[in-house]
Ligand binder design. Sequence first.
Ligand code: ADP
Ligand code: ASP
Ligand code: MG
Length: 434
Amino acid sequence: MKVLKFGGTSVGSAERIRNVAELISDEQPKIVVLSAMSGTTNTLVEISDCLYQNKKQEALNIIQDLEVNYYITVTELFRTEAYIHKGKEFIQTIFTYLRSFINKDFYPLQEKAVLAQGEIMSTTLMHYYLEECGIDNTLISALEYMRIDKDCEPDYFYIRQNLERELTKTGTSNLIITQGFICRNAYGEIDNLKRGGSDYSAALVGAAIHAEEIQIWTDIDGFHNNDPRFVENTKAIRHLSFEEAAELAYFGAKILHPSSIQPAKKENIPVRLKNTLCPQDEGTLITEDSPAKNIKAVAAKSGITAIKIKSSNMLLAYGFLRKVFEVFEAWKTPIDMIATSEVAVSLTIDNTDNLDNILRDLEKYGIIEVDRDMAIVCIVGDFAAGKAGLDAGHSLWSGYRLKTLFRCRKIRHIRCCRVRRLRHRRRPPYKVRG
Ligand code: ADP
Ligand code: ASP
Ligand code: MG
């Protein structure tokens, strides 16, 4: 069994939904994980922002516009009056539900329920469309099997058990449709796997059923050697290892959710990135090993905070780093990069929710310096000739400045690149020479 995930653009219009339906309706058994139609989750975030600020009329206007768009999609998607009616009736229940939040108090719990509606709509429309075409398929709700624990980590045991149970109910159906992104939390409330989380859903589903392959279908012909939104003339990489892909995804390559490689690697399931707009393209294959090549790809992530702890207590001391790490552990904040000398330790984080608490706790260990608004540039490849594996070079940039923190061994040759300020995502593309 394969798991195929289609992103927002892949199901972004009636025509695209029809294209995906064609792609998935061969006889091969598969689970199809869908994102919300492109733009929907952003619009649901806007609605939630209005509701938090009690801007009721503004929220109602946005809900109204989104609803009209969905009615248009329904009219364009279905051929028969019966299914147009069925589709519109379903859309109406969703929008009645969204309007029901207008006169209620609005908290993160309600926001999660609002955000879940995008995937619920896309999967139901796909399910109805396949049904209208006479293609046997079953819709299963991710809310019945996808769950995160108290630390917002996937509950692997629960997912496997409950997904298995849901699948036994699907009878002879070879084509299973389900939602990406949405899940329940440890308290049974509606939650999600964070923005872009449908990739992660697909990987978790794939790992739970020991899928033969996990395919991520998107709007580009695979994993490129740099971010095509910022860099000209990027090229698709045909083969990456799990580590390389995970590293690039974690450090900014938007094509994959940062955590999505982890479940696939755990179960050693190949991940294939494919282009919905051009299905015959080879795409990118991600497996345990990949052919050695110098520099394969570069990714960048902004919004990074660097923390330096200077302390003479570090000299010849043991246990110092453990104490520093315990502070981050206590505040549930992952460290991305670290460099140490005899008298200082520098590290970076991207989650600053508990930064004040962390800094307060670190002060007892030395003098603290904080650099905000930094970016990490991540260079991935195999730089040791004849040696399998991964070497990743990370360097911290602030605008044009190359900072000293550098986790990069055995890099023999980095070609020159001219980089514009990385923190401005909407700037025109910068050029990489060579
Ligand atoms: P989906 O909606 O299918 O999940 P995303 O927008 O999340 O799609 O991811 C695909 C986009 O990721 C591409 O259109 C591209 O602009 C962007 N992207 C960023 N970095 C890379 C990269 N290294 N390779 C390919 N695409 C990338
Ligand atoms: N719809 C969600 C989002 O836009 C999840 C996803 O597309 O992967 O973030
Ligand atoms: Mg995505």
